[in-house]
Design a binder for this molecule. Structure first.
Ligand code: ZN
Length: 340
């Protein structure tokens, strides 16, 4: 009961990538040294989670430059040399995005070796994350399909083929990150959910969709200030999610203005990864803070549905802060577990 996990990413050691920024460049251009550094960082990421008391671990996304682009690098039909500056997340901020220039295709497994490596290094349950179709489409320039639903479905098929291989390699949980679900609210019940369902079709691993309000970067903080006193975006997409094929929904509840009663809009049909750690602040929550968020969530669903988690990935943080926050998460969950 109340098994803890992080959303996915952890800060990278400075010998792997430039610390405390998003899209951090690798510390070396040498392919062999980089591969070794990534593997070493994965060992640390797993050990750090285990030491903190996290029950379901990830590889900390140590092998990817960015949670979306890390996967896309290995897909044909995307030109990484043709970067186009576009407004993403409905023009919330600009990013230099690779360009779709032809039909997309996955010529070989993308994350399989990473999962095999991580699987061999922990006895705990293992979660693997990938970007979801809508968020991928929103983080690319497209000169070929010129049709967002069609491009999303093409990616959903690629994700599904990849996910089946990751499941076979030992992933117990497969999570698709869809921050775009909190932005394009009208498109979620139509092509957003359709693509998501296609992406998880036939999987036996537990499937998760992660929907959040983003990292603590300047553009996101400004955006949050425009969302008013109550952040009710989840309420608009949850009825569609309640009917989806996804098993679990990973949500942001700590430090923001999301009312916890939105959980009821899932109709009791989904597990909820309750974000009880704010990733936009260096202030480390106390175990009692975490427990408070979990107790509030328990008013709206049953304990077997609750999985304590972070609000979002922790990649841009200082390593010591991320470690302390993971520890607080595990201790806070233990407090509430003892009350059940
Ligand atoms: Zn997130």
């Amino acid at each position: 009961m109340l098994a803890t996990s992080i959303v996915g990413s952890l800060p990278k050691p400075s010998w792997l990538a430039k610390p405390e920024i998003l899209w951090a460049p690798w510390a070396t251009d040498d392919a062999a040294r980089l591969a070794e550094a990534k593997r070493d960082a994965v060992r640390l990421a797993i050990a750090d989670q285990e030491e903190a008391g996290i029950d379901i671990v990830t590889d900390g996304e140590q092998s990817r430059v960015h949670f979306v682009h890390g996967m896309l690098e290995k897909i044909d039909g995307i030109d990484f040399n043709k970067k186009t500056r576009i407004g993403i997340r409905n023009d919330r901020y600009e990013a230099d995005c690779p360009t779709v220039t032809g039909p997309i295709r996955r010529p070989a497994p993308i994350h399989r070796d990473e999962v095999v490596y991580a699987r061999a290094r922990t006895a705990r349950r293992l979660k693997v994350t990938m970007p979801g179709p809508m968020t991928i489409v929103d983080t690319l320039a497209d000169e070929h399909y010129r049709d967002r639903p069609a491009l999303a479905m093409a990616f959903a098929e690629i994700i599904n083929a990849e996910a089946h291989e990751l499941e076979a390699a030992g992933a117990d949980y497969i999570q698709l990150d869809e921050p775009a679900f909190n932005v394009y609210l009208d498109a979620v019940p139509t092509w957003g959910i359709r693509a998501l369902n296609r992406a998880v079709d036939g999987l036996r691993a537990k499937t998760i969709v992660h929907i959040c309000y983003g990292y603590g970067i300047e553009a996101n903080l400004r955006w949050k200030q425009t969302l008013g006193d109550v952040w009710d975006q989840y309420r608009m997409t949850f009825p569609a999610l309640a009917d989806s094929a996804i098993d679990q929904v990973s949500l942001e509840f700590a430090g923001g203005r999301v009312p916890l009663d939105v959980i009821a809009s899932l109709g009791g049909r989904k597990d909820v990864l309750v974000g009880a750690i704010d990733v936009t602040t260096k202030t480390v929550e106390s175990p009692e803070d975490v427990a408070g968020t979990l107790r509030a969530a328990l008013k709206h669903t049953t304990p077997d549905r609750i999985f304590p988690c972070t609000n979002c990935g922790m990649v841009p943080m200082a390593r010591g802060v991320a470690q302390a926050k993971m520890r607080a998460l595990a201790l806070g969950a233990a407090l509430v577990r003892a009350e059940l």
